[in-house]
Write a protein that binds this ligand. Structure first.
Ligand code: KG4
Ligand code: ZN
Length: 353
């Protein structure tokens, strides 16, 4: 019998070996579903946001969970279509289980559990903040710890030392408001809408960051904790005796000065911590990592101090499921799977999963 050699194109061979992770993120007001492989290549990252909250000046938790429920299946279908894959191609299901709004998290966790059970696939539990950090792996798959992560989002401000992709500890965190919260609250005082960070970032581009010196709290060299609630109060008090014309005329200068105060403290503490712990790699993560002033100042100061600094791609700074998939990759490779008793919980911080 003739031995016919069938040659399989290299690309097809590779695709057969690919392990696709289907990831879900529903911790706040964005429903997101992504498909990523274990080389951190993203095939789909569908994000359905909820403009319905705008009228309330913040997120309405009950409304958020109901909208997740309405959107999640639609997002799953869109992700599979974008990636040109079916559920049969998936190797594992990942889901953000904390921190976040409990009602919102429960929708994602329940949906992911049901899918994992029905498809008989492994389930991977992911901490949302760890997801923000691992968003950097999408842009830099070869990047590995040790690194110092500055995690800056709407609810968190943390300095975290990573010894490996799965061993890390917090060396400092906010004692009150998070940095994103500071942007949001100042924007609220000035009637700029929600979320405040992107608006302030945009307006501040035309302003003078030295117009007014707002306080930089806890600025002692070896203190790696943060405090932003005093800044918000100081902005409020300073504005109280200013007339509306003055505020209108100097809006860009005011928000540029607030932004500079937030950025200064984030940058100084990160550089000090990198020196103290002898780390020459800094990873910035979370929604505030999209801030243009933070990116400029961190780049400049890290360069001066011979520290390499990395930011996620802009589309992976804010909440998204690709970052949850990215954090799940290492767990998948380590066989760190959850069972169906998995539940969501709202507790803050990066350390819990
Ligand atoms: O990480 P994220 O999307 O959600 C949480 O996990 O909280 O972060 C949202 C936060 C909001 O406070 C928002 O105002 C802030 O990130 N943010 C920014 C920028 N884009 C988003 N803050 C400053 N400058 C930005 N460009
Ligand atoms: Zn987030």
């Amino acid at each position: 019998m003739k031995n016919t050699k069938i040659s399989i194109p290299a690309q097809d061979l590779k695709n057969k070996q690919k392990k696709y992770i289907l990831a879900f993120e529903t911790s706040c007001d964005d429903t997101s579903v992504s498909i990523i492989d274990t080389d951190y290549q993203v095939y789909a990252n569908i994000i359905s946001s909820q403009p319905d909250h705008e009228a309330f000046g913040g997120i309405l938790p009950e409304l958020a969970s109901r909208l997740h429920l309405r959107n999640i299946n639609r997002c799953l279908k869109a992700a599979l279509k974008k990636a040109a894959l079916t559920l049969n191609d998936i190797s594992a299901i990942a889901v953000a289980i904390n921190p976040g709004l409990i009602g919102s998290l429960i929708v994602g966790v329940s949906f992911a559990k049901a899918l994992a059970w029905s498809l008989n696939l492994p389930l991977i539990a992911v901490n949302h903040m760890l997801g923000h950090v691992m968003a950097n792996k999408i842009e830099y798959p070869e990047l590995n710890p040790p690194w110092l992560a500055l995690v800056v989002s709407g609810g968190h401000t943390e300095l975290v030392i990573f010894e490996s992709l799965s061993d890390f500890y917090i060396i400092g965190q906010t004692l009150d408001d998070a940095s994103g919260e500071a942007f949001d609250k100042v924007a609220k005082i000035l009637n700029l809408g929600f979320p405040g960070g992107p608006v302030i970032d945009r307006i501040a581009k035309n302003g003078n960051p030295n117009f007014h010196k707002f306080p930089r709290a806890l600025n002692k060299k070896n203190n790696f904790n943060f405090s932003f609630s005093g800044l918000k109060t100081s902005v409020f008090n300073w504005l109280e005796n200013k007339n509306p014309e003055f505020i209108d005329q100097h809006l860009a200068d005011i928000v540029a000065s607030v932004q500079q105060a937030i950025v200064d403290i984030l940058v100084i503490k990160t550089i000090n911590a990198a020196h103290k712990y002898n780390i020459n790699k800094v990873i910035v993560a979370g929604g505030v990592s999209a801030n243009s002033c933070l990116r400029n100042e961190m780049n400049l100061n890290c360069e001066k101090n011979n520290i390499d600094v990395f930011f996620p791609k802009m589309q992976y700074c804010m909440d998204n499921a690709a970052m949850i998939g990215a954090a799940a990759v290492q767990k998948y490779l380590n066989n760190e799977f959850a069972d169906l008793s998995l539940n969501a919980f709202s507790t803050k911080g990066i350390r819990y999963v």
